[in-house]
Design a protein. Structure first.
Length: 430
């Protein structure tokens, strides 16, 4: 709990970042919300790439620290940082240079939405490098059991973003570009503060980050562990992009309903993701220290706590759907559709939490392939299911049901599968 609470709070900060942008952009109009939300899908896609370094860096560093091998832990931390820096530079350049053809994939309904999407993506692409650096530094801090410093620093970034959003969007009249610059400036500040703080504390002082010849073998190991999780997240984003094209055929109100609704729903999955990082670290350290019973006990305690998170959020989204959505958009058609979206996906919140917890436990034991396969298969199920329900005449609600049902199926499979295999995973090689 001591480890997970600051991580969950940091995840709430991430939610607040997105909701702050959405709140201020919503004052510009439905087209601007739809455009920024569409651009946000590519930023979500880019989040999958950082997992190539983040998962392995966190798991391997925590395992070595748990075993008392500090020098080896420092080597893995340094390798993960150099890997993250390379990935960040490449992804930032790709998103900025190819934003026009990427946005054209969605067949957006009007020129205002296209312009908003292009502007937002072109600017926020710059911040991807700093976001990658911040994600990796946060993962390393958590691997050493330090989740408080990332929370304080990310909270400071949120406060800065909240100040800059209205200032840049309305006072300086930069519109969507102002929201994008507010995010980028905040990301830069957070990354620099994290680097200044984390890299001046043991065991991460004086890391030799750019010894690339020595680090290439470690990159390969991190790539191998992180690849299934990265494919899972990239696949998730890619399939969501395809689904977004389906949603676009129903017009701007449907696009805005899903984009804002997904930001609200992220209260659950970002919180669960933060909690899952704590479970991964707890299991990795105890597994590395030959304490399988304690590793499993941590998982079971996590299961109880994450169930509570899922239940509370389900009730909140179901009974408060209209009230919550109206904070961001009051346009009648978008409000009605957004409320329906939240009611339908509220049914899957507990199962989404189970999916993330079970995946985190598998990752902690160094077994990332199976949960990633299950998740990506479940997400892919959304495409044929959406088309089938649309053919029956259920309209855009078909897509909301496909999203919710696929999460229920995936969460059920993973939580049962882990229960059946946990003893083997915990005691393997012990």
């Amino acid at each position: 709990m001591r480890l997970s609470l600051p991580i969950m709070a940091t995840s709430f900060v991430s939610v607040a970042y997105n909701l702050t942008d959405t709140f201020w952009i919503s004052g510009l109009g439905v087209s601007e919300v739809a455009g920024a939300g569409t651009a946000g899908l590519f930023l979500w896609f880019s989040e999958g790439i950082i997992l190539l370094s983040r998962v392995g860096g966190q798991v391997f560093t925590a395992r070595e620290l748990g075993a008392g091998r500090v020098r080896e832990a420092r080597e893995r931390a340094a390798a993960s940082l150099s890997f993250a820096i390379l990935l960040g530079l490449l992804m930032a350049a790709l998103l900025h240079l190819f934003r026009a053809p990427l946005i054209s994939l969605f067949n957006l309904p009007n020129s205002e939405t296209i312009e908003a999407a292009s502007t937002y993506l072109g600017i926020t692409a710059v911040g991807v490098f700093f976001a990658y650096l911040a994600r990796q530094l946060t993962a390393l801090a958590i691997s050493a059991g330090n989740s408080r410093a990332p929370f304080r620093i990310n909270s400071s970034g949120l406060i800065l973003n909240m100040i800059l959003d209205p200032l840049l969007i309305y006072y300086l009249k930069l519109g969507v570009a102002g929201a994008a610059w507010a995010t980028v400036i905040s990301q830069i500040a957070v990354a620099l503060l994290l680097a200044f703080t984390i890299l001046r504390q043991e065991p991460f002082t004086n890391l030799k980050i750019f010894r690339l010849r020595e680090q290439l073998p470690l990159w390969a190991k991190m790539f191998k562990l992180g690849l299934p999780v990265a494919i899972q997240n990239i696949g998730f984003a890619s399939i969501s992009m395809y689904v977004a094209r389906l949603i676009a055929s129903f017009g701007d109100p449907a696009i805005a309903a899903q984009k804002v609704g997904a930001q609200i729903e992220s209260i659950t999955w970002l919180t669960a993701e933060g909690f899952a990082q704590a479970v991964t670290t707890f299991i990795s350290q105890n597994h590395g220290n030959s304490k399988p019973d304690r590793a499993l006990k941590g998982y079971h305690q996590g299961l109880l706590m994450i169930s509570g998170i899922g239940i509370v959020n389900s009730l909140l989204l179901f009974f408060g759907s209209s009230l919550i959505f109206s904070i961001f958009l009051q346009e009648p058609m978008a409000l009605a559709e957004g409320s329906r979206y939240l009611k339908i996906v509220s049914l899957s919140q507990v199962f989404m939490c189970y999916e993330m917890l079970a995946s985190a436990a598998y990752n902690g034991f160094g077994r990332s392939l199976f949960p990633s396969f299950v998740v990506i298969s479940g997400i892919f199920m959304r495409i044929p299911l959406s088309h089938f329900l649309i053919s029956l005449g259920y309209g855009v609600a078909s897509i909301w049901w496909a999203i919710s049902l696929s999460s229920i199926v995936v969460g059920t499979i993973l939580i049962i599968a882990f229960e059946l295999s946990k003893k083997k995973l915990a005691y393997e090689g012990k």
